[in-house]
Ligand binder design. Sequence first.
Ligand SMILES: [Zn+2]
Ligand SMILES: [Zn+2]
Length: 263
Amino acid sequence: MLQVYSLASGSAGNCIYIKYGETSFLVDAGISYHRIKKAIASLGDSIDALQGVLITHDHSDHTRGVEGLLKKHTIPVYTTLATATVLYASSPCRERMTACVRTVDFGYSYDVGEVYFIPFPTPHDAAGSVGFRIVCPNGDTIGIATDVGCVTSQVAKGLTGCNVVILESNHDPDMLWTGPYPSHLKKRVASDVGHLSNQACGELLSTLIKTGTTDVALFHLSKENNTERIAMETVRCAIIGCGEDPDKVCIKIAKEKETVQVV
Ligand SMILES: [Zn+2]
Ligand SMILES: [Zn+2]
């Protein structure tokens, strides 16, 4: 009944498509309207059926398609006031953006069609950055935390008990520090408000497995500072290192330009 797809992942653009019965919506719209429309159509669905878009934070790899989406569809954009303020400031059609935005607060729940979601704060260098815990009527629960510099108690709590988890596995620290990024960018990525390492991702997953997580997508892999093989191996080793069995969960890797079905 629940279907979750990563339509795009990484610093070039992020977009997640969630469908439950007649309910369908996006989490982030960091790719063009055309790409979103095409990706949804290739799944046999229509972009016309979307009932909303949840935005995690104001970085362009998560928001670049919002404007195009609102030009064609009058649908609610759920995000925090801090993120909305940035969207308003950069929008060439501020009135339309203002009319569509529904501001959300940490810890409260909001309905989209048949499901509800609860935003939780994420440590990232964007004001009002959030992750989402999305709950379906049949009990399926999806936790999304992308762009998280470190695992705070709020992030862990937001994902605990979710059977489906989409979690950042951004970089391998050795590749980051020896890689091509300028020094200030390396420090930013590695900081507590930057991006999550493969190891930290795996350690969090080991605790989530104990709370019922069965399906995972490793998200927002860095093109320069990670590879799919290193991310998967490190995450699996971290889970084993924490005394858990990685084979208890189905782990997939979200791709930059391809749709990946998470569940
Ligand atoms: Zn991002
Ligand atoms: Zn970001």
